[in-house]
Design a protein around this ligand. Structure first.
Ligand SMILES: Cc1cc2nc3c(=O)[nH]c(=O)nc-3n(C[C@H](O)[C@H](O)[C@H](O)COP(=O)(O)O)c2cc1C
Length: 314
């Protein structure tokens, strides 16, 4: 009998915003910790939205970990200062982002081929012993050997855990995850290791757990957007019926919708643009026609009608 691993909700910029996380924790749960999408410096300052997103008063999940993305120690320290000001005692460092514009400037997975730069960035961990740091990374930018070369640096730091998404940055989200390279990294990594990547079903969690019994946890992104009950189902060893799932998703939707309605002053178009991503990965096996009507709704009234039709289906 396998033990139950902690499941972490991966950060997904534009999807796992505070309102979504709050509603998810209320109606589904099963999550050990929710990671915020990365916060970065833009022209030397922070976007108002980023600051609002990590404001403790806007977050009601039991355990939230803010994530920073930076190409240098100085930038990372400035972002960490914001986290500390907001009262956080944990921080995740993004060494995985594959977006060429950011990676090209040695952010995220773009820094992985440069061990000296990684070492300098991660010296933050030693300078702030009062903060519990974790790292979320890929195998490399171009080549899985990159992460192996970084292991002495990583192993030497007091990290809480490392999350590995076993693709290289150049792949973006295409192609297969490289489980062989993951195994090699795991073998030599001294920190508790979290697996992340392409977990869609309960069977996927069990398969990865069986293949890597020493894992400290699993992080799931798109699989949880598709089935928000996935972590709960794994933890409770019980599966919702399609009707039960749809009812809970309706509560999730209503909550996210109401929170945005209260916040946004920009009219229907703004609300619509915030709600559309909710459906992008959701319930891929649901009725295509009903989903398509939601995706192509061009105003809020059409959107609401299409959403109602979706939830009222029998
Ligand atoms: C739209 C999108 C936005 C993402 N934003 C972030 C982010 O802000 N920080 C981060 O570390 N990873 C980010 N990721 C990567 C995910 O956290 C995760 O590592 C990746 O999706 C693989 O896991 P999955 O197959 O379970 O989704 C993002 C991925 C996607 C598709």
């Amino acid at each position: 009998m396998q033990s139950t691993l902690p499941i972490h909700f991966a950060p997904l910029q534009g999807y796992t915003e505070a309102f979504y996380r709050n509603a998810h924790a209320t109606y589904f749960g099963g999550i050990e910790s929710y990671y915020t999408p990365f916060i970065r410096l833009e022209k030397g300052g922070f976007r108002n939205k980023d600051v609002r997103e990590i404001e403790p008063g806007n977050n009601r999940v039991p355990h939230i970990i803010p994530q920073l993305l930076a190409s240098s120690f100085e930038k990372a320290e400035a972002i960490l200062a914001l986290f500390i000001e907001k009262g956080y005692q944990e921080a995740d460092i993004n060494l995985g982002c594959p977006f060429p514009l950011l990676a090209g400037r040695h952010n995220g997975s773009g820094i992985l081929p440069y061990p000296e730069e990684v070492e300098s960035l991660l010296s933050l961990v030693k300078k702030y012993p009062q903060i519990s740091f974790s790292v979320k990374m890929r195998l490399g930018w171009e080549n899985p050997e990159e992460c192996m070369r970084l292991l002495p640096i990583l192993n030497d730091l007091p990290l809480r855990q490392v999350t590995m998404h076993p693709r290289v940055g150049k792949q973006q989200y295409k192609g297969e995850v490289n489980l062989e390279a993951f195994a090699a990294f795991m073998e030599a990594c001294r920190h508790p290791l979290i697996y992340n990547g392409d977990i869609r079903k309960l069977e996927d969690i069990h398969r990865i757990q069986e293949q890597f019994p020493a894992l400290a946890g699993i992080m799931i992104g798109r699989g949880l957007l598709a089935n928000p009950a996935l972590a709960w189902e794994y933890k409770e060893k019980s599966q919702l019926t399609p009707d039960e799932l749809r009812q809970k998703v309706q509560m999730l939707h209503t909550s996210v919708y109401e929170q945005y309605t209260e916040r946004l002053q920009g009219g229907d178009a703004q609300l619509l643009s915030k709600m559309k991503p909710f459906w992008e990965y959701l319930l891929p096996e649901a009725d295509r026609k009903l989903l398509k009507a939601i995706h192509k709704s061009s105003n809020l009234s059409k959107y609401n009608q299409a959403v109602l039709a979706f939830f009222n289906q029998r």
